[in-house]
Design a protein around this ligand. Sequence first.
Ligand code: RNT
Ligand code: ZN
Length: 417
Amino acid sequence: MSDVQKRYEEAKARYAAIGVDTDQALKKLEQIKISMHCWQGDDVTGFLNPDGELTGGIMATGNYPGAAHTPAQLREDLEKAYSLIPGKHKLNLHAIYLDTDEKVDLNEIEPKHFTLWVDWAKEQGVGLDFNPTFFSHPMMKDGYTLAHPDKEVRDFWIEHGKRARKIAEYFGKELGQTCIDNFWVPDGMKDNPIDRLSPRRRLMESLDEIFAEEVNEAYTQDAVESKLFGLGAEAYTAGSHEFYMGYGLTRDKLICLDAGHFHPTEVISNKLSSLALFSKGIMLHVSRPVRWDSDHVVIMDDELQEIGKEIVRNDLLDKTNIGLDFFDATINRVVAWVVGTRNTQKALLKAMLEPTQELKDMEDKFDFTSRMVYTEELKDYPYGDVWNYFCEQNNVPVGLDWLKEVRQYEQDVQLKR
Ligand code: RNT
Ligand code: ZN
């Protein structure tokens, strides 16, 4: 018996004493796919126009060496990251990450420009999600895409949105798992608008045009992502939370919540239970805002744990598509992926190791005293030993060991680019 296993057996007994079945929790954890975002690998540059500027009010800061510059390099880095993360997951692609020699624009993209990604996904056993890219492009004019007053601008982006859905449908069909196609549209204004309504109406109408055609829901489902503000769009974002709550609920779309897209003390964990009652489904962009939508790497902070608890306690795993969204260019980018993904899994595991029903019973009896003692004591339970065992069982490095592997990879591959 390995040390890791020995410690697991001890932890298992401690959890069993409070009515928690650790084996069961690990079985459940194994089923959960995290959608890892491709854009951490190259600071949201993509391959459509790699020398262009990142626009849309988002920003990656830092210049850590070794970023991926080609689809092949990005895949190599992703493979390294996946090899250090237990379980089988998904990759979340953005349209600008197409892989083709053809000179093709966003309003011309087709499934054939992504076949190499599909081949790779099949070979790796990962699923694919997708995002149309409504930024970093000259047709984003005056801070607007789908909400632009000029029909020609809107039509360009509407065509892009339609094509993105075809690609998402193709991904789902090829890989036999639903591809979530997430729409985030940065349109907004730096300063106080006179007319907040018209851009929102145009955004609504453009989206309606994009979604007019039926797609096979077994292959793809659309999600819509709101935002409070962006850089250069501080005063107004057309696609706000209220906008997409209304849009998603009336159009039967998944609603995407990004942890960084709200007021600084507003949290997405507190929104999941409401969405669970009314929405068709949820997509998450697990991220970490530090004072603003800074997209820091996800760490084991309170909000991450709250997100995990809300999903698990309310039995929302089937309703929730868990994706990541951060881009830190000051650290090794493979490390960023691995830390963020493993932490998200760990937060879910931690939540699964609670005696949920007992805690609910205490609350139902208004026994807030026991609730307090249990939740506080649980914080010191040996969930790390359960996690380490999960890593060992899944043949990925335990604890600090994975850093050595990335360091080696950095020397052999990333720093030679
Ligand atoms: C931006 C949104 C959006 C992007 C990606 C790249 O604030 O969070 O999800 O991060 O589409
Ligand atoms: Zn996001």
